[in-house]
Structure formats: C-alpha cells, structure tokens
Design a protein around this ligand. Sequence first.
Ligand SMILES: [Zn+2]
Length: 249
Amino acid sequence: MPTYQADAVVLRRLQYGEADRILTLLTREYGKLGAIAKGARRARARSGGSLDLFSHSQMMLAKGRNLDVVAQVQRRGDARHIAGDLERTAYASLVTEVVDKVLEERHPVDEIFDLVVTTLDRLNMPERSSRADAAWFLMRILECLGYQPQLQNCAGCGRALPEADAWFSPLLGGLLCATCGARGQSGSPVSRNGVKVLRLMAAADAVLYDRLKLSTALLHEVELALEDQLEYHLDRRLKSLEFIRSIRP
Ligand SMILES: [Zn+2]
C-alpha cells in the first residue's frame, strides 16, 4: 500500500468494531480527511495518547480502499490540560466543530490549519484564559471565511462609528449606530470598551490582546457578538456553543 506523511490534528473520533477507531483528521498537507486507526483502543499504550481528541501528531498514513489507515504516529503536541478540564474541552470542541463544518474534504487551507494548532496549544496552557483564546479564534475564523464583522462604520447606514456604546447586529454583520440600533434590531449591546476590544481583535494585535485583563462582562459582550455572527453565517446552531452557554457562569 502506498503511504504518505501528514501533520495532523484529531478533530473527531468514533469507536469502530471491537478495537478500531475512525478518525476525522485535519492535516496541513491534505486538509480534512477520514482515517481508520486499527487496534487503536487496544493499543492505546503504544500510540501513547497520540490519537486522542485534539492531539497533534506527525502521522504516516497508508492509502486504503475506502478510508486511509493510520500506520504510524509521532506525537507533536499533547492535549492533556484540555482533556482534564471541562471548560477547555468545551472550547476545543467549538474549534473542531467549526472547522469540521466549514472545511471540505481534502481541501487544505494553511491559514486554518495554523489557527487550529495555535488555538489548541493555547487552550492546553492552564495559565491562559480559555474564553479569551476562544474569542480570539472566533474573530480569526470569521476573517478566514470572509465574514469579519463591520466595526468602523455602521452596518446599517454606513456612517463612521464613534468609540461609544453600540449595538451588534449579526443580520447586518456588524455594529450599528444609535439611530439604526434603536430600530428594534436583533442582536446584542456592546459597550464602548467592547467596541474597543473588538476593533483591537480585528486588527489582529495579539500582543496587546494578551495583555488585556478582560472582565467577565466585557468578554461576554465580545463573545456574544462573534458567536452570533458565526452562527448567522453558518446558518446553523453549533452544538458545542449550546453546551458552552449551559456551563457559562
Ligand atoms: Zn446607522
């Protein structure tokens, strides 16, 4: 059987038969693909957690008739702090659910692969805020998909927006001025500081963003706007978000 190498992250996995697993992998070289790991459940010790959900590995795969077969795995990054924490697992599931939904099979997008690896690495660092890292991921994935929210001009009338309290409309795809926002739009309020944070995120200023001490209230405004924007454009509810909302304090 011909084989090939891939830099891969485990997005999903299913038990199959007595001891096998069917994996959905995100690979740098070939995009999203399905593969089977034979004996993975029996040989857990041998693969050493490399086939765990969210783990990042260098894999050798063999071409199969239906699914390709995982022949060798060498772990590149572990996900143990994600696995041991309900909130981190929930945010990592959001990352994998979104990319699984938006990517087509065997259609590699470098930018998205890098974003997934970076986000999962950050979610695996206990000292970092998983909520802040997940919000950053949402802004970046919206940008990759061409759905970045409009934050400088009113998404309703086009007037330049001052740095002031505003209203976020997923339907119109951005912030609204006081006049447009007052017309019973669906969406959510964003405070003046929320507007600042969203603009800083849109400018991809990661260093400054990392330094911010975001209050829970402020983080909530930001994530609500980005989550609504994403769900509106995907035209579906995300299961992971439903769960995240149920455990959010
Ligand atoms: Zn307006």
